[in-house]
Design a protein around this ligand. Structure first.
Ligand SMILES: NC(=O)c1ccc[n+]([C@@H]2O[C@H](COP(=O)([O-])OP(=O)(O)OC[C@H]3O[C@@H](n4cnc5c(N)ncnc54)[C@H](O)[C@@H]3O)[C@@H](O)[C@H]2O)c1
Length: 436
């Protein structure tokens, strides 16, 4: 018996293989192993597998103590999956340069599963897709690679992941898990596997397509609501009215929705809507509101850069140097993928401004290797005409005004508080403050 494994096997009695050990898959594999189920985590990236074996999750979702005594096995060898009879696929679903769904990782993972699975297997997809993708794009690959027939020799299901990176409250265990399948019998097994780990319980969707659509609209709804806030902040900013003051006031009405303006990056909210709009195109529909929202949210980085140039000009000093605080796609996570802070940087560079970036949470090697961005340690930052406080990591909020002011020259400068986290009443006299 290991330190944190359950003493008895769960009722479903399945050997689980989790395909893709990213944000979603690794947490899931470790949690399932904790229930006593034999769990094998598979990833094509040997470096990632090596880190998991050493109990290291550089993305910070699984903490070191959760690895202690885990019975989860980590591998990049296909043969290690030979005993599995319940597969969970959690690989990325990105978009290509034309913003069309890129199902290659999903197809490749389906080939992997198809090559090793035996009759009686159940394959559940967790990746975010458009309605129909699991049955139209993945199922035929499984059948081809396995020489087995769905519904007869094996079953498929879909259970969208709803975790929120960096959120310690809404976690796998505490978020109701939507489950779906092609048959009632498979749905029962899928439900019992997830019930073994999700204390909040499961919701049985009426079909795989319904579950797929539900997931993609959850993120689309957020995207559209944030876009509305971003548009309002553009209008209110031009009118000289503080957006956050307005939102706080409007929120006193019982049914006013709680959204705020901001940069919308990452690999979920800024990507998933394109899966839906792509599928809409295939039935001759142009998703006007969703795509307008996408354009609005994608324009915010450039707008922040423009405002920064303008405000510095108003202070009588052309903008020469800017410090950006925070580079990751959201606060308190090290993930840089699709961060919209890069849009701010690009726009400032276009204006000929020198940019230095500090992020206490991002991995400097990732910034360097994947984005050719060199992070500057706090103590090495040169005083700049403006500071763009782009991502409010807890450590930076803690530094508050003393930190912000220390990054400006003696005569003061501009502070762009993108998420409005600095207390306005404490603003130093010589600072021009801007909030989105
Ligand atoms: N990250 C989130 O918070 C979140 C939340 C809800 C849903 N999702 C969805 O879940 C899915 C996975 O997202 P993620 O953030 O965990 O991705 P990720 O990029 O963090 O990790 C994916 C992992 O899959 C591996 N992989 C890629 N192709 C593979 C293959 N063919 N076989 C085996 N491994 C393979 C990669 O090496 C990587 O380690 C996506 O569809 C995403 O939209 C993510």
């Amino acid at each position: 018996m290991t330190a944190n494994a359950s003493s008895s096997k769960p009722a479903h009695n399945r050997t689980i293989a989790v395909i893709g050990l990213g944000y979603v898959g690794l947490s899931l594999a470790v949690a399932l192993a904790r229930t006593g189920a034999r769990t094998i985590g598979f990833d094509i990236d040997p470096e990632r597998v090596g880190e998991c074996r050493q109990g290291l999750d550089r993305r910070g979702e699984v903490e070191a103590h959760e690895f202690v005594g885990t019975t989860a096995e980590f591998t990049h060898e296909l043969s290690a999956l030979a005993d599995a009879d319940f597969f969970i696929v959690a690989v990325p679903t990105p978009i290509d340069e034309a913003r069309r769904p890129n199902l290659r990782p999903l197809v490749r993972a389906s080939e992997t599963v198809g090559a090793i699975m035996r009759p009686g297997a159940i394959v559940v997809y967790e990746s975010t897709v458009y309605p129909g993708a699991t049955e139209e794009a993945c199922l035929p690959v499984l059948e081809r690679a396995s020489n087995l027939k769905a519904g007869q020799d094996f079953e498929i299901g879909y259970s969208p992941e709803r975790v929120n990176p960096g959120d310690k409250v809404h976690r796998l265990e505490t978020i109701v898990k939507v489950v779906s399948a092609q048959s009632d019998a498979a749905l029962d097994v899928i439900a019992s596997v997830y019930e073994s780990v999700v204390s909040a319980g499961v919701y049985r969707a009426s079909s795989i397509r319904v579950a797929e659509a539900a997931k993609v609209i959850e993120n689309t709804q957020r995207d559209v609501n944030i876009a509305l806030m971003n548009e309002l902040s553009t209008i209110l900013g031009a009118l000289g009215v503080d957006t956050m003051d307005v939102l706080k006031t409007a929120s006193t009405k019982w049914n006013f929705l709680n959204f705020t303006p901001g940069l919308v990056g990452g690999h979920c909210i800024s990507v998933d809507p394109y899966y839906l709009t792509h599928k809409a195109e295939t039935v001759g529909l142009h998703a006007e509101v969703i795509l307008a929202a996408r354009r609005m949210n994608d324009s915010i980085g450039a707008r922040i850069a423009r405002e920064c140039v303008k405000l510095s000009g108003k202070r009588g000093a052309p903008l020469r140097r800017v410090t950006i605080l925070g580079l990751t796609f959201k606060e308190n996570v090290p993930d840089l993928r699709n961060s919209k802070v890069f849009d701010i940087i690009e726009a400032l560079l276009d204006h000929g401004v020198h940019v230095q970036i500090h992020d206490p949470v991002a991995w400097p090697q990732d910034a360097e290797r994947e984005y050719s961005v060199t992070l500057t340690p706090l103590q090495d930052l040169t005083p700049a005409d403006a500071v763009i406080f782009a991502v409010p990591h807890a450590q930076l909020i803690e530094g508050g005004w003393p930190l912000m002011r220390s990054l400006l020259p003696e005569e003061g400068g501009v502070i762009m508080d993108v998420k409005s986290v600095l207390p306005r009443e404490d603003k130093p006299q010589d600072v021009t403050l801007w909030r989105l």
